[in-house]
Design a protein around this ligand. Structure first.
Ligand SMILES: Nc1nc2[nH]c(I)nc2c(=O)[nH]1
Length: 258
């Protein structure tokens, strides 16, 4: 019910009855949003029912309504994380609300650590599949959701047509907020993970349970612990995101224009 209430508030405050696409802009993707287009309406997240106040660095806490080629698109600037103490239902609420507001496609972006050899800092990678290692789920009750093709093959093909240099990878979602030890990164590599982060997997599960199509893109902002022996800093992570913004903006706009 909270998602529906938030959806009504979004329609009312933006003057747009239905937004067909929703985009979650994670760390490092906020500047890319500017390339998508100028919002014709913006709402501060705390003013919407059930939306928390994103406190993590790099998250703006705004919901923008933009139009891209006659498509009404909802931009969620920032997200809530489990490590901030939100429940799984609170973490996915913005996505639930966007789908209740009409979103048939949810584009999830995030910043992630690169595990697979050859991944470069500043590189966007399409999410081909995920490992939910949070030990959490946003679902309650007998909601047996099929997650085969949860990461929409057609949307991935479309993205690769737009930017043939895009690679794909398996994203491992962990609780955080600590980064992994080198031994944990070796474990994740053994499990088949190419990318590691602290978000996204719960939102994808919720979106699929509500019948929306999902496309995910990770921005590699650091090579995971032990891959290079360097130490990790969150500041570095944000800086890398800013540097990649123009390319990411073009990619997002291209996807939204299709
Ligand atoms: N768990 C985890 N999350 C991350 N987010 C970013 I940016 N880099 C990392 C990382 O190396 N590990």
């Amino acid at each position: 019910m909270l998602a529906e209430r938030a959806a009504e508030a979004i329609a009312e405050r933006t003057g747009v009855p239905r937004h067909r696409v929703a985009v979650v802009l994670g760390s490092g993707w906020q500047q890319a949003a500017a390339e998508i287009g100028a919002p014709h309406a913006s709402i501060a997240m705390p003013e919407l029912p059930g939306f928390g106040r994103p406190s993590a660095q790099g998250h703006g806490g705004m919901v923008h309504s933009v139009t891209v080629n006659d498509n009404n698109v909802l931009l969620l600037m920032g997200r809530q994380h489990l490590y901030e103490g939100y429940t799984p239902q609170q973490v996915v609420h913005p996505v639930s609300a966007a789908i209740a507001a009409g979103a048939e496609i949810v584009l999830l972006t995030n910043a992630a650590g690169g595990i697979r050899g050859g991944l470069r800092v500043g590189e966007p990678v399409l999410i081909a599949d995920h490992l939910n290692l949070t030990a959490r789920t946003p679902l309650e009750g007998a909601r047996f959701v099929d997650l085969v093709d949860a990461w929409d093959p057609e949307l991935r093909t479309l993205a690769k047509e737009l930017d043939p240099s895009l690679g794909e990878g398996v994203y491992a979602g962990l609780l955080g907020p600590q980064y992994e030890t080198p031994a944990e990164i070796r474990m994740l590599a053994t499990l088949g993970a190419d990318l590691v982060g602290m978000s996204t997997v719960l939102e994808a599960i919720e979106a699929r349970s509500r019948g929306a199509r999902v496309l995910g893109i990770s921005l590699v902002t650091n090579l995971a612990a032990g891959v290079t022996g360097q130490h990790l800093s969150h500041a570095e992570v944000l800086a890398e995101g800013q540097a990649a913004a123009p390319r990411l903006g073009k990619l997002l706009r291209g996807i939204l224009e299709r």
